[in-house]
Design a protein around this ligand. Sequence first.
Ligand SMILES: [Zn+2]
Length: 469
Amino acid sequence: MTSQHASFYFAKHALLNSGWANNVLFKVANGVFTSIQADCEPPKELSSSITWLDGPMLPTLANVHSHAFQRVMAGAAEVSLNPNDSFWSWRDLMYKVVQKLTPDDAQVIATQLYIDMLKAGYTQVGEFHYLHHAQQGKSYAQKAEMSLRLLDAANQSGIGLTLLPVLYAYSGFGGQTPTEGQARFIHSVDSYLALQQACASAFSMSNVNQENKHNVGICFHSLRAVTKPQIEEVLSALDPNQVVHIHIAEQQKEVQDCLNWSGQRPVEWLHNEIGLSDRWCLVHATHLDPNELSAIASSHAIAGLCPTTEANLGDGIFPAVEFEQAKGRWGIGSDSHVSLSIVEELRTLEYGQRLRDQQRNRLHRAEQPNVGDNLYQQALIGGNQACDVSLGLKVGSRADFMLLDDAHPFIAASQPCDFLNRWLFACNENVVKDVYVAGEPIVTNFSHPLEESSRKAFTQVIKKVMYDE
Ligand SMILES: [Zn+2]
């Protein structure tokens, strides 16, 4: 996967960090953009060594929130069993699935998932990883076994991995004893710090051959699952540059339980008791009062939005218009993986606001009135920060990019200012044709080299885990 030599790419249209540009020559060395020249005539002496890119060239995105194993049950919880089906009844099914998964199963699921993410245009994934132990909570001989399986899956597929090993210690606010269904997730602070260390050394070895695509962050499952002293101890023991992720305020019940326990709402509690900063990614943050919303926005923490999962679980509607007005930063994640489509995440986010407000064109900024471009640019900025990576078509960034299919009439006929709106609001078929990671082609003509064998293995795991076949 290493590319020591310099390579050249030429695109007719490319979305640079500064906006759309025409006739752009890119130089890539060691997997990184080292020069970008717009409005250029490619030098004749280079013409045989240039890769000529067809179709509009876009940066890829980081997917800020994934629970890889949940892909195996996507779409299997859509049968009404109870008039009050909710997040909490979905979680019961998820706990049953968890009990059956072996490390091999988890790796097969993650490999297929990451291939599908790459084909969608995500080239980095924030893996919020809490399935740590064997059945009944027994440790594996290699304590980081499940984390390393995710790393193997990332290396097989070619995606960059931001592993977020989760500290999960309790079942409810104020340190309530974990349930039997949570046994595979549970760590003490000491065992969690040992896991962090094991991951750090495995990742630094793996990065030698992987263009430094991988990194490790810090993660607390939720305020239900950890205590204040635990958060403080973990943050003071680990590198202050690591990103920190947490699920927060996804459900009204969670907000009410937090109020009953502490007298404060979840984001209010985190802001007052621990403090927010640009290290934090607050996953969901669906239920905010105006003070909480401005606390997140002014701290430059990321709101990790998962629109398709939040819709699927009936979580509620994030106040995205108000958050945009406050210049809040946000990224997108596919979370439970009912959808692996950038289009569907961004469209659901925008349409949720339109339906709420009974108005059109909600998520734009004064400097960017074009909704599709604004959605995409904000998701790029937020995804980079939450996953501690630098994606985007600019010098110094990892040379990840995608090409849209210029055989599609909406892409072939459009002007650059319309490419993103046409794609995000009007294309239902996938138009992400080619995807490059660190300058290497990973998806070519809609296809990943491992997809056939991976799909077969994934089919077997679905049959085994979901249908006992
Ligand atoms: Zn989640």
